[in-house]
Write a protein that binds this ligand. Structure first.
Ligand code: SF4
Length: 361
């Protein structure tokens, strides 16, 4: 799921474990996952299964899967993936990180099983660095998006970003991480840009895996960057961490889910699974900030996001900003996808011009 591998690998390595990072998610990963998955299961499941198979083929002896509370199919992922790997005959250790059973205690149990390290101080230090990496990576994504929408040579900002990822990945102490972050920001900021370019600002929301994973969303942010659009992910790893892991007394600001319950009213009053309440509220929140548009991304057959997409027409009637719902799966073709993005960008530009000219929209 996007750059999360950097965080998990850092955590396990700093506790003395060895990590096998599977190849980047590719068509081969998708094809492996699809071959051994139920046909109608959601896309993230197929990609995760494909990632696991590739990791095992590269020598992984154990795999970890988060089993998280929720009303959607995520709660079934772990058991189903375990069964699929068993059926394929892989003799690996399957470690369930079961967040149903508690957060920190369960994380400690999982890390102990993987690395054998039980020293509380070392574990706390490693978690601290891993959590900081999450916030740094989120920020780098925003900086990349700013530069990509304005760069003079297409691809320059992303090349710098990829170098930066490597530095963040390699940092293993607090001091190294601080230096890597500074260096990373400097590197991306070296990208030659046109600072006066008129860019559109678009938020991305939807099912978290699809928002964060560039393979699953067909490099949506890169395509939008080419069209002069700066994106901001409403769903982020840092947001998830604050909501799901960091206890209330350790954080100051409102979490994404707390904001979601406020902004989703009156359209949705309770959590219906997945990221639906966040998605609906993100549209209302983006509208309140007056940005140019919002894109909602979900995998085909994702039930919570089908519900949120059915709420959007009503939000449009109530004056919401332009919303583009994208439902993606392994059958989605690139050409049609890019055409839809171009049409959406045209629509947002026209609306902006009409508003600037004082015309009713
Ligand atoms: S939110 Fe949607 S895509 Fe994600 S696990 Fe649940 S049903 Fe599947």
């Amino acid at each position: 799921m996007g750059t999360i591998y950097i965080v998990i690998a850092s955590l396990i390595r700093s506790l003395g474990g060895e990590v096998i990072i599977p190849p980047r998610t590719s068509k081969k990963t998708l094809s492996l996952g699809t071959q051994y998955s139920p046909e109608a299961i959601c896309l993230p499941y197929k990609l995760l299964l494909g990632n696991y198979i590739e990791a095992i083929e590269h020598g992984a002896e154990a795999v970890i899967m988060i089993n998280s509370p929720g009303i959607c199919r995520l709660g079934e992922y772990s058991t189903s993936i375990r069964n699929a790997l068993d059926d394929l005959g892989y003799k690996i250790k399957y470690i369930d990180l079961d967040l149903y059973k508690g957060k920190f205690a369960e994380m400690m149990r999982c890390l102990k099983t993987v690395t054998g390290n039980t020293n509380l101080i070392t574990v706390a230090g490693a978690l601290n660095i891993a959590f900081n990496k999450i916030f740094i990576l989120d920020n780098l994504d925003n900086v990349l998006s700013y530069y990509r929408a304005r760069e003079l040579e297409f691809g320059a900002a992303e090349r710098a970003y990829n170098k930066a990822l490597k530095w963040i990945d390699e940092a293993s102490t607090k001091k190294e991480l601080k230096e890597a972050n500074l260096l990373a920001l400097q590197e991306i900021k070296k990208t030659p840009i046109d600072p006066n370019k008129e860019v559109l600002k678009v938020d991305l929301t939807g099912e978290i895996f699809m928002v964060l994973d560039s393979f699953s969303n067909q490099n949506l942010e890169r395509e939008l960057g080419k069209l002069g659009v700066e994106t901001k992910r409403s769903m982020s790893l840092g947001g998830w961490l604050k909501t799901a892991i960091i206890p209330k007394f350790m954080r100051k600001e409102e979490t994404h889910i707390e904001r979601a319950f406020k902004f989703a009213k009156p359209y949705l009053l309770r959590d219906i699974g997945g990221d639906a309440i966040e998605s609906v509220s993100d549209v209302a929140y983006a509208t309140s900030r007056g940005i140019d548009g919002i894109i909602h991304i979900s995998p085909f057959t994702c039930m919570p996001e089908i519900m949120s997409q059915n709420i959007f027409p009503r939000m449009r009637q109530d004056g919401a900003i332009p919303i583009l719902p994208l439902v993606l799966d392994e059958q989605t073709g690139t050409a049609g996808f890019v055409t839809r993005l171009e049409a959406f960008v045209d629509l947002m530009r026209r609306k902006k011009m009409q508003v600037a000219a004082g015309m009713a929209y």
